[in-house]
Design a protein around this ligand. Structure first.
Ligand SMILES: [Zn+2]
Length: 126
């Protein structure tokens, strides 16, 4: 995998592991074939595939948010959907309602509540 992508994925994969979820299997397919982006596919054990991409020229914090978005989508649509759970990472303020949202806040990559924008945790520290 591209280092630009690996570096961006590292914090969100840490959060995923801490929550007890199995990490996706990445393959080396750069499906975008666009020099501006680093991209790859993520696969679940059940064969569900999802894509993730980051803009090469973006600062690391922005790439972390882009990567977190992709991994979250993979997690929600793949592993968790089949398990009947669709909220990772769960919002501690509204655990039954929605997952947190990966956002850039004052130059940091954080998980926020999508309803009241409360900052819950840094991505990689959730
Ligand atoms: Zn919330």
């Amino acid at each position: 995998m591209d280092d630009v992508l690996r570096e961006a994925l590292e914090p969100v994969l840490r959060d995923l592991a801490r929550a007890g979820h199995v990490a996706p299997v990445f393959d080396s397919t750069d499906w975008m074939s666009d020099d501006e982006y680093a991209a790859t596919m993520m696969w679940s054990s059940d064969g569900t595939g999802s894509s993730v991409s980051v803009r090469r020229s973006a600062p690391l914090v922005e790439r972390v948010v882009q990567a977190a978005d992709g991994v979250q989508e993979w997690a929600i649509e793949g592993e968790l959907w089949s398990a009947g759970r669709t909220n990772w990472p769960p919002c501690p303020r509204h655990p039954a309602n929605h997952p947190l949202e990966a956002t850039l806040v004052r130059g940091a990559a954080v998980w926020v509540c999508p309803t009241d924008q409360a900052e819950i945790a840094a991505i990689g520290e959730a």
